[in-house]
Design a protein around this ligand. Structure first.
Ligand SMILES: [Zn+2]
Length: 248
């Protein structure tokens, strides 16, 4: 029963993230005006805004003008709900669940925006760093010292890489890892960078082999950092324990 409610809650947050993903890069307000069809501009009613259901019911088209609606909307809703369910499995309804659900939501929004526009909005990262530090006082898994070290340490590392690589890595990525480190601490943030680089390298190699664009096309590194972060939120302790078992 609770799992079902968590799933529905995840769908609703995912629906809100769709608004953030669509409006933030266009510098539009997230609250006003109310949702409208991007094609015909018709203001959407409550019945048009039921996550996933409205999309399926109208077969992926606007009910008013018939123009196609992107699959991204139901996918982001389902992805958010799925991650919320995994978080619930790991943490039940604890403070950690609330904190990590908030972080996961930010990571989902950042990933899709980075994927589409190759930017990581300051409107998410700047408040994210402050919120990360404040929430460390409520999250029993992390001390505020570790949160502070998490904000500064991994970001300094990525900043140095950004300077050396001259543009391979953007300042948005540096701020994003500061948010992540503030939430999960410096150790897990470093592992998140490691996991993110492995995923990024595999996809980078794939692009070189398959397309002639190769590494000339800029990769949305925020997506890979976010993926690494999500893995660490969900299975971080298991991964660290497994690692120690290997070397001891
Ligand atoms: Zn329309």
């Amino acid at each position: 029963m609770t799992a079902t409610l968590v799933f529905i809650f995840g769908l609703m947050i995912g629906s809100f993230l769709n608004v953030v993903i669509y409006r933030l890069p266009q510098e539009e307000s997230i609250v006003f005006p109310s949702s409208h069809c991007p094609d015909c501009g018709t203001e959407l009613q409550a019945i048009d805004l039921i996550p996933v259901v409205s999309f399926l019911w109208n077969k992926g088209h606007c009910r008013y003008c018939g123009s196609k609606i992107s699959y991204q909307y139901p996918l982001v809703e389902l992805l958010t709900a799925l991650i919320f369910i995994l978080l619930y499995h790991q943490y039940y309804l604890t403070m950690q669940f609330v904190v990590y659900a908030l972080l996961a939501s930010a990571l989902i929004a950042v990933s899709i925006i980075d994927l589409q526009h190759l930017i990581i909005p300051n409107q998410i990262t700047y408040p994210g760093i402050i919120v990360a530090f404040l929430l460390s006082f409520l999250n029993p898994e992390i001390s505020y010292i570790n949160s502070l070290l998490g904000i500064l340490g991994p970001a300094l590392l990525l900043f140095l890489i950004a300077v050396v690589s001259r543009g391979g890595l953007g300042m948005g990525d540096v701020k994003l890892i500061a948010v992540l480190g503030g939430f999960i601490g410096w150790q897990k943030a470093l592992v998140a960078i490691f996991i993110g680089s492995i995923i990024g390298s595999i996809i980078g190699l794939y692009l070189i082999v398959v397309s002639d664009k190769g590494l000339k096309s800029k990769l949305p590194l925020g997506v890979f950092l976010s993926l690494g972060g999500l893995v660490m939120i969900l299975w971080g302790q298991e991964i660290i324990d497994f690692y120690w078992q290997l070397i001891l």
